[in-house]
Design a protein around this ligand. Structure first.
Ligand code: FDA
Length: 312
């Protein structure tokens, strides 16, 4: 039986790898077809429109300007300009949304000092409008630098938080340190990047156990705010129980989901009285983003196949 299951899993992995390596041959309009549900569109107005719809159903948003791994100053400036425009538009229209940002988009990989300055400029603009900024967490080569910039940022700004990945073995210690340093705001997710085995959990249950341990740590500290970012029904059920167990006030947490994923679960949680925020990525760089995510996490292929078949 175990050998049979292993064979099925090996063939599934082979299928995933084959599809992933064939993806660059797929015409962009077809890639767009499966990416479309996860991305608001290519323009800022598309992101606003998506947020308006989410607000109408009772959810809030977090708008992400697609882009990562900037290698030149012009790319950092272009990203900042789009973020500034997004902040102005959000404020002008009183939209119920924050923003999310990847620090590699602001130059983290090529110039740490530039990235710090760009982050400060973004946070200053967001603070002016009272808009919250979430710093996404990228692959493990960026974790130390991301946490360092988050640490400095929260000394100066109130409306800033960071993401933590439960798949990383270090994350419990990182969260302990964040809590020791004072009031913190964490989006807790499993982590999308495939990481080396020495530093990450691979088994789905180990990743869930780590998630639940970290969630407990965050909920037990009443100075912390937490974004429970998952679509996994097991984690959602655990979280709902834990919120009652710790007697967590509504202003200390929210559930967070990705655009286009788990709509029914999102609406159920809303109906039960939980605050829900949806990640709304948009931008011209959608193709790069979709392909990168696909390469990083072959499990996405399963979702894509499901979507393709479901749309017929
Ligand atoms: P899991 O992958 O087990 O998914 C549970 C179920 O949800 C699946 O069975 C499927 O039904 C559905 N599902 C999940 N993803 C889907 C998809 N793409 N399409 C269709 N169905 C899907 N990661 C990171 O490394 N850094 C970050 O900063 C963030 N930020 C972030 C913000 C928000 C708001 C969310 C929800 C997620 C992230 N992530 C992230 C991604 C996160 O780490 C993780 O990869 C995904 O959320 C999927 O993990 P789940 O916990 O949903 O479990």
């Amino acid at each position: 039986m175990a050998v049979g299951l292993q064979r099925i899993s090996m063939s599934a992995n082979l299928l995933h790898r084959t599809i992933v390596s064939a993806m660059p041959l797929v015409p962009q309009p077809i890639v767009w077809r499966f990416s479309r549900r996860y991305i608001a569109g290519t323009h800022l107005e598309d992101a606003y429109e998506t947020v308006r719809k989410l607000n109408a159903e009772g959810s809030t948003g977090t708008i992400d300007v697609l882009g990562e791994d900037s290698t030149r100053e012009e790319q950092v400036e272009a990203a900042l300009e789009l973020y500034f425009a997004a902040l102005d538009g959000i404020a002008a229209d009183s939209l119920g949304t924050g923003i999310s940002v990847k620090l590699s988009e602001l130059g983290l990989r090529y110039d740490m000092a530039r990235c710090e300055a760009a982050t400060e400029a973004l946070l200053t603009a967001a603070e002016k409008h009272g808009i919250f900024v979430r710093i996404d967490m990228e692959d493990s080569t960026t974790t130390d630098a991301t946490l360092a910039i988050y640490g400095k940022s929260r000394e100066k700004f109130d409306r800033v938080g960071v993401a933590i990945q439960s798949c990383l073995r270090r994350s419990e210690d990182d969260v302990r340190q964040l809590l020791d340093e004072g009031q913190t705001d964490v989006r807790l997710c499993k982590g999308i990047y495939i990481e080396p085995e020495e530093i990450s959990y691979r088994d789905a249950d180990d990743i869930r156990d780590s998630y639940n341990r970290i969630l407990d740590m965050l909920l037990a500290d009443d100075t912390a705010r937490v974004g429970i970012a998952t679509h996994d029904p097991l984690l959602v059920n655990y979280a709902v129980d834990a919120l009652t167990r710790f007697g967590v006030d509504r202003d200390r947490y929210e559930v967070q989901m990705l655009l286009g994923v788990a709509g029914p679960l999102r609406r159920k949680l809303l109906a039960e009285g939980h605050d829900v925020r949806v990640y709304v990525p948009f931008g011209e760089l959608w193709y790069h983003y979709s392909m990168r995510r696909l390469r990083e996490n072959p499990h996405m292929v399963g979702h894509i196949l499901k979507n393709l078949f479901a749309s017929h």
